[in-house]
Design a protein around this ligand. Sequence first.
Ligand SMILES: [Zn+2]
Length: 81
Amino acid sequence: MSNREPAIANRLMCPFCGNNTDFFQIAEDAIITTHFRQNADGSFTQEENESQILGQIKLFCGSCEEELPSEFFDRFTEMVF
Ligand SMILES: [Zn+2]
């Protein structure tokens, strides 16, 4: 792994492959409620999406797809705006 980039303490980096750009999360149990309004012609327009997450949310590296440790997840949730 090369270390050419300046060390920025706030940058989250995958400890397995060094990826620091792509991440994804998976919610284990979620209820997704989608509201629709029926139009005069019988078609439907989607109004809003609500999701309620019941289970755990896990953070994964988008490059090597390893699950990241929980301290990474804590950092991640703090830095999502
Ligand atoms: Zn990785």
